[in-house]
Design a protein around this ligand. Structure first.
Ligand code: GLC
Ligand code: MG
Length: 542
């Protein structure tokens, strides 16, 4: 394939900076720590690193409440540390993607202080202020994503301000042209420092209904769900005007060349793909979280992949995500035995994969004792917190797993002494080795990175089978989602010879058969069509 722009052929690795590597012993990861671990990322074989926010912040939402868009919080380092990180990353051919948080600032941002000071403030309209309802209550029924009303009354000026998240995160008014201009300057500030793109936080939230109409009730709501689900977010998010905002962001990026714009969007497939925009004028990659939300069954995943592929607009490049700092870890969700299947799926589907730090060593959830809870969402709505998936990276079996010389801000997993990078890096059977091999295969076979996709009929409900192809090269991927052995028979077999490139179980007994292929429990296989017989012969049919 000729089109090999880096964000299509490459892979993205998400770093949650508090939890990746601490360099100064305060128990909180920092920019110098990330720089120290760039060799690891290069060794692993990823192409880009996306760093969650490190800007000055009161940390009410751990950096997603920004008090200064053009700085570095002292907890994480300095602008010089950031410049060094970019230079060292680029030296290793790693791209750097920043987290851009345009929907809201921190309550501590000088813009908000100004806006709040008086109804007549020049920046009053930079945020969303409304008069109370006739009964003195909030202006409408919108709910915060972290529970409770999304409006807070400012006693001094007698109006409510809107916050889709915490009350410490007031929403900016993107209908105001001065807000847009100021935020475009922020993008330019970082582009001028050499960043390769942005992951845009809650991009589908930026524009709200002009009339602030009440959201309709969600008939599917059940009491176990977070309160935000009580209403369908019809008027508070995913408004048509968002596409003008995105077009303007793209125009800011355009003169800088191959920069990527990724949008964080939690919407069903048909709405999600709208964010590619008419004529692909939207974001390059609307983050696709569907694998996180789909039951872990071969049939469900196969149906999802096909539905998503079919829903893509012409030329729209797919992408896949298994986890992030807001979602249950994949190893916790599917179990250790299936973690290898998840890795093989993520790294062989068509589209840019984003890996979440720690998933490559099978980090699962860490139980957080009540006195160590950090996430404000957990305090508002117990059970919904995100601390379990944000625990420190485990590097080795030394003190605090090599993460920090001080007490880590969140507890380490109890298995840190054995589940860590050092233990797994030389172990041929480890998950880390599997990730590394998969990333290597993606570089060696363009069929896997930028090639086409075709799903295959499978004779068992437990196996998801598909092909990736580029020119004459064809690879077959067979994923056994079950804990029992599966025999697959393919009636459409054309007699090709296939070589096994990779198994999630390197110790698998090699089974040979003319008309059947055996997959061990929890096994995934990558096969290469081998017309020339150049590889060790292994005739299998699917
Ligand atoms: C995004 C972030 C999440 C944050 C929220 C508010 O969803 O990923 O961590 O809490 O936005 O900024
Ligand atoms: Mg530190």
């Amino acid at each position: 394939m000729a089109d090999t722009v880096w964000w299509k052929s490459g892979t993205v690795y998400q770093v949650y900076p508090r939890s990746f590597q601490d360099s100064d012993g305060d128990g909180i990861g920092d920019l110098r720590g990330i720089t120290r671990r760039l060799d690891y990322l290069a060794w692993l074989g990823v192409d880009a690193v996306w760093i969650s926010p490190f800007y000055p912040s009161p940390m009410a939402d751990f950096g997603y409440d920004v008090a200064d868009y053009c700085g570095v919080d002292p907890l994480f380092g300095t602008l010089e540390d950031f410049d060094a990180l970019v230079a060292e990353a680029h030296f290793r051919r790693l791209k750097v993607i920043l987290d851009f948080v345009p929907n809201h600032t921190s309550i501590a941002h000088p813009w908000f202080a100004d806006s709040r000071s008086a109804r007549t403030s020049a920046k009053r309209d930079w945020y969303i202020w409304r008069d109370p309802a006739p009964d003195g209550g909030p202006p409408n029924n919108w709910i915060s994503n972290f529970g409770g009303p999304a409006w807070t009354l400012d006693e001094a000026t007698g109006q409510y301000y809107y916050h889709a998240f915490l009350r410490e995160q007031p929403d900016l008014n993107w209908r105001n042209p001065s807000v847009r201009a100021a935020m475009h300057d922020v993008l330019r500030f970082w582009l001028d420092r050499g960043v390769d793109g942005f992951r845009v936080d809650v991009i589908w939230h930026l524009m709200k209904d002009e009339g602030f109409r009440d959201n309709p009730e969600n008939p599917g709501f059940s009491s176990g769900q977070a309160e935000i689900n009580r209403f369908a977010q019809v008027y508070s998010a995913d408004r048509p005007e968002i596409f003008d905002v995105i077009a303007e962001m793209r125009a800011v990026l355009a003169p800088y060349g191959e920069r990527v714009l990724i949008g964080e969007i939690y919407l069903p497939v048909e709405r999600l793909v709208a964010y590619y925009g008419a004529d692909l004028a939207g974001v390059d990659l609307p983050f696709n979280f569907q694998l996180i939300q789909t039951p872990w069954k071969a049939r469900s995943v196969a149906e999802l992949v096909i539905a998503y592929e079919n829903a893509l607009p012409p030329g729209g490049w797919p992408n896949w995500v298994l986890g992030n700092h807001d979602q249950s870890r994949i190893a916790a969700r599917v179990g250790a035995a299936q973690a290898g299947i998840a890795a093989m799926l993520l790294l062989t589907l068509r589209g840019t994969p984003t890996l979440y730090y720690g998933d490559e060593i099978g980090l699962a959830h860490v139980t957080i004792p009540p006195d160590r809870v950090q996430d404000p969402w957990e305090r508002n709505e117990p059970g919904h917190g995100r601390d379990p998936e944000r625990t420190p990276m485990q590097w080795d079996d030394s003190f605090h797993a090599g993460f920090s010389a001080g007490e880590p801000w969140l507890p380490l997993s109890p298995d840190a002494a054995t589940r860590n990078v050092e233990c797994q890096c030389d172990d041929a059977r480890s998950l880390l080795t599997l990730y590394r091999r998969l990333l290597r295969l993606r570089r060696d076979h363009t069929a896997l990175s930028t090639g086409g996709f075709r799903s295959l009929p499978s004779s068992t409900a437990f196996v998801f089978a598909y092909e990736r192809h580029d020119g004459d090269a064809t690879l077959r991927i067979l994923l056994n989602f079950s804990a029992s052995r599966q025999t697959i028979i393919d009636t459409a077999e054309d007699g090709s010879t296939w070589a096994i490139l990779l198994s999630t179980r390197p110790d698998r007994p090699i089974s040979r058969s003319d008309d059947a292929m055996v997959l061990e429990a929890d096994e995934g296989l990558i096969l290469l069509r081998d017309p020339a017989g150049a590889y060790p012969r292994h005739h299998v049919t699917v």
